[in-house]
Design a protein around this ligand. Structure first.
Ligand code: AMP
Length: 355
């Protein structure tokens, strides 16, 4: 989608009647709830019938549903959505299941910068971005024969950590690796995990000031991953591996967390550097993003991944987090997105936050 096309679409939009639309999954309850709090009408794009779930949560229910049979069909509904002045809020499942290529072609104004996609989904480019910003990432081990410490092996495009495994030696690696699947090997960083939820506004400067715009830290979470996070209930990993039981990293939920306050300056410095570098590389990340980190015993951050849109880890905070409460009571990430759209619409700046 070119800037010109988005511009043309927005020209025909009734800016006083914008509607927030997203796919019914992932963080949609929070997105609809946040939009409602800011006075927007909402559209739930439902792949199959999902109304029952939303009936159970009236304050997270969209005002209307658009039911499609599969994700691909969303591409056929763009005209209908444009007629309704819909702005799309992409979330992890939206992009994952629609597919990057189709998402890039989606002819609808979309919150955030779609150019970020190639930088976050290609692990080499992601490393250029994050290390270029001065962040420390886990070391990558190019040749499995060089495994000389615990490593995590990640398959490309694996959904929710599926199939990832830990190896401590080359022999272990050889036993577990699935042939003909591309992968990366990273040092397994020892420490505690924090998933940091930022919001970067290129058009408002009422928060932590950056060269252009400002940065907020809305919340943080820790993912709950099965079976690694509870495997110790049965025995040590070493014991279990001898029995052929290997831990897995499949995300099943999210746990709220706060960090020792003295680490917050580092958190903001990292967020700032990521935004600055993104401006240099691809015109800048916009809105919500998440740095997935491990804090080591020396209190250093190692960043193993970036997600460039709303993450499901923000879901525990529908009515605010210990951080967002200090910005504005009752502020979720979903609500913050709606506020940004509202502000941009009022100031005629929508093109700066949509792509
Ligand atoms: P990812 O798909 O990269 O988010 O990884 C899935 C999960 O694997 C993360 O949520 C972490 O629990 C774990 N993980 C990923 N990379 C590392 C690493 N380098 N060191 C330790 N744990 C990791």
């Amino acid at each position: 989608m070119t800037k010109e096309k988005i511009h043309d679409m927005l020209t025909s939009y009734d800016k006083k009647n914008l509607r927030i639309a997203t796919v019914c999954s992932h963080s949609s309850l929070q997105i609809f709830n946040g939009a409602r709090k800011e006075g927007f009408k909402t559209i739930g794009i439902s792949v199959g019938e999902k109304k029952d779930i939303y009936n159970a949560f009236p304050l997270g229910k969209p005002d209307e549903f658009l039911i499609v049979e599969n994700y691909k069909e969303i591409l056929n509904c763009t005209e209908e959505l444009r007629e309704k002045n819909a702005i799309i809020i992409p979330h992890g499942s939206f992009v994952e299941y629609l597919g990057a290529e189709k998402f890039l072609k989606l002819a609808l104004p979309t919150f955030g910068n779609r150019n970020v996609l190639s930088w976050e989904s290609d692990r080499n480019k992601e490393r250029i971005w994050l290390e270029g910003a001065g962040l420390t990432m886990p070391q990558e081990i190019k040749d499995p024969k060089d495994i000389d410490r615990p490593v995590i092996v990640k398959y490309h495009g694996a959904k929710g950590g599926k199939g990832f495994f830990i190896a401590k030696t080359y022999d272990e690696f050889k036993k577990r690796i699935i042939k003909n699947k591309s992968f990366v090997i990273q040092e397994f960083v020892m420490g505690t995990r924090y998933y940091l939820h930022y919001f970067y506004s290129p058009i408002q400067d009422n928060a932590y000031k950056l060269k252009t715009g400002s940065l907020q830290l809305l919340s943080m979470d820790r993912r709950d991953e099965t079976t690694i996070d509870e495997v110790q209930r049965l025995g040590s990993i070493a014991e279990l591996e001898e029995l052929g039981i290997h831990p897995t990293f499949v995300v099943t939920g999210n746990i709220p967390i706060v960090m020792r306050e003295s680490l917050l300056p580092k958190v903001f410095k990292m967020g700032e550097a990521v935004v600055d570098k993104s401006l240099e590389l691809f015109g800048g990340i916009i809105g919500t993003f998440c740095l997935e980190t491990v804090v080591t015993e020396d209190l250093d951050f190692k960043v193993f991944e970036i997600s460039a849109r709303i993450v499901a880890g923000t879901n525990p905070y529908v009515s605010g987090s210990p951080y967002s409460e200090l910005i504005q009571p009752d502020l979720s990430t979903g609500r913050r997105i709606a506020q940004e759209i509202k502000f941009a619409a009022k100031k005629n700046l929508l093109e700066k936050i949509l792509s």
